[in-house]
Every structure is written in C-alpha cells, then in structure tokens.
Design a protein around this ligand. Structure first.
Ligand code: NAD
Length: 282
C-alpha cells in the first residue's frame, strides 16, 4: 500500500476510504473462540459480539435449535461460526467439543466456560434435595472443570490463550433469598479459576472468573417470576435495574482480547456496583 503514489494519482478520497476499510481491525481478529451455553443469554450475546470482532466461534449448547439460530445470525452478518451440541457436565461431550473447535477452525485460542443453570427448587441447606445439589454442581462446577481439563491442552497447542469461567456475584456475598447449590457451585468456580491461573501463568494462558450481577435473561426471569420477588432484589441494586446480557458480553470480550494481557486470576465483576454497596440511593 503506497500512500505517496495514491496522492500523486489524485484519487485521494476513494483511496483513503480503501485504506481505512482494509486497516479496520477486530479486537479478536485471527482468534478461535469456543463459547458454552452459546445459544441463549450471555453466551448468545458473546457469540455474536466475538464474531463481530473477528473471532471464529464454536457455539456449544444443549439447545440445538437456538444454537444453530445464533450461528445463522453470525453468518448472515458475514462472520464465521459453527454449532456443536454438548452437555458440559459430560466428559466425553466436552472432549469432543474441544476437538470440534480444533477440527473446524484449526486451533483454540479463547475458551468461555459460560454454561450454567439455576434450578427453581434450589433453596437453603435443609430444603435443597441431593438431586438439585448434584445437578447444579455437575453443570456449573464440574462443567467448568471439564472445560479446563480438555481446553487447556488445546490452548497449549495453539501457543497459549485465555479462559473465562463464569461465576456470579453470589460467590462473593450472602443472600437471605437462598440458592445454596448455585451459590456453592459459583464459589467453586472462583477458587478453581484462581488456582488454574497461577498454575498456567508462565505458559501464556490466562484464566479469569467473570462475575455478573443479576441479569434479565431466561435463567433469572424463570426464577424471579413475580413482581414481589423482583422488587425484593431491585432495592439492593445501586443502579436500580438488572443488567443485560450484552453488558456481560462486553466484559467477556475484554477478558478474551489481548487488551487484558496482564489480567489473570481475576474476579472480574460486572455487577452495577452491587457487591460494593451498603445503602442504595432512593
Ligand atoms: P441462560 O439460561 O440465558 O443461558 C444458558 C445457556 O446454557 C442456555 O442456552 C442453556 O441451554 C445452556 N446450558 C444449560 N445447561 C447446559 C449444559 N449442561 N451443557 C451445555 N449447555 C447448557 O443463562 P445466562 O443468564 O445467560 O447465564 C450464563 C451464565 O451466567 C451462567 O453460568 C449463569 O450462572 C451466570 N450468571 C447469570 C446471572 C443471571 O442473573 N442471569 C447472574 C450471574 C451469573
């Protein structure tokens, strides 16, 4: 690209436009990302955003219909994506999903362990059943462990990379509206993330925990199904509103990109100030 020559031929406006369009860079250009729970909520918004920023995205979910819709949306916008159906609580599925990323796109640079569940019957320690406890732990904590177990060797094969594990604000503060299995699972994600980040700190692998505040997604909407339940929480939110999935996706994008190159072992809060708040504005 020879700018002097361009000026000399006098097509400056047209050629300047070309120069801008060819140098425009996405924040994830050349990267391959795998996003679990990519069919809905935070995972869906992140899949769309990461693809828009230049990543090739493997959308992983149990929900094949919604997952494939996300892929179609990415392709319609000129991005590259593929869908893989996996249950993150099953080792064989997780192994295959990582293999699928490498097979489809040649490598894996970004692993976003985002899939998670919150079961309506999850309560305090007396009332929560063993079944609810086990199911929650299997998806929310074991799922993240398995993602790291099979994902880290793939990141190493790519020369390094970044992992984002989704925890939650509930890992950091107690609530008198309990979901004890969910809370414990997210506390586990924080501890696991911290340790893995230190283990792999000299291997060009960063591992961070993303802690969203309460969000307007399917996961919470199903649980907070009355005005009374919603208002019980809203009074504690400094901004007076729940967050949106795209606001969490923006946080994930920062952790996924090289802009966060010195950020690891972090508890990255995107919570509207909730965990720092005592008395909220009226
Ligand atoms: P969501 O329910 O909108 O989407 C979750 C997606 O994960 C769904 O597409 C679902 O099909 C998929 N999924 C569920 N179990 C799976 C499994 N075993 N294997 C593969 N995919 C599976 O949820 P969301 O609100 O977008 O939550 C995303 C993450 O953020 C979760 O880890 C959640 O715990 C966490 N989080 C959410 C909130 C909130 O208020 N919504 C707050 C803090 C943290």
């Amino acid at each position: 690209f020879n700018s002097k020559k361009i000026q000399s031929v006098g097509h400056q406006t047209f050629l300047n436009f070309r120069a801008y369009s060819t140098t425009k860079k996405g924040r994830l250009d050349g990267k391959v990302a795998l996003i679990t729970g990519g069919a809905d909520g935070v995972g869906k918004e992140s899949s769309l955003l990461f693809a828009k920023e230049g990543a090739k995205v493997l959308v992983v979910d149990l929900n094949e219909i919604k997952g494939k819709e996300v892929v179609s949306q990415i392709k319609a916008n000129g991005g590259e994506a593929s869908f893989f159906r996996a249950d993150v609580s099953k080792a064989a599925d997780v192994k295959e999903m990582v293999e699928a990323a490498e097979k489809t796109f040649g490598k894996l640079n970004i692993l976003f362990n985002n899939a998670g569940i919150m079961i309506s019957e999850d309560d305090d320690s007396v009332n929560t059943t063993e079944e609810v406890w086990d199911k929650t732990m299997n998806v929310n904590l074991k799922g993240v462990f398995l993602g790291c177990k099979f994902g880290i060797p793939a990141l190493k094969r790519a020369g390094g990379g970044t992992i984002i594990n989704t925890a939650s604000f509930v890992a950091l503060m107690g609530a008198a509206t309990p979901q004890i299995a969910y809370t414990a699972s997210k506390g586990g994600v924080l501890a696991l993330t911290r340790e893995l980040a230190i283990i792999h700190a000299r291997q060009n692998i960063r591992v961070n925990a993303l802690c969203p505040g309460p969000l307007r997604t399917e996961l919470l909407d199903k649980f907070l199904n009355t005005d009374e339940k919603r208002n019980r929480r809203l009074v504690h939110l400094p901004m007076g509103r729940f967050g949106y999935a795209n606001e969490i996706a923006n946080g994930a994008l920062f952790l996924a990109s090289d802009e966060s190159s010195y950020v690891t072992a972090n508890t990255f809060l995107v919570d509207g100030g909730l965990t720092s708040s005592y008395v909220t504005p009226i």
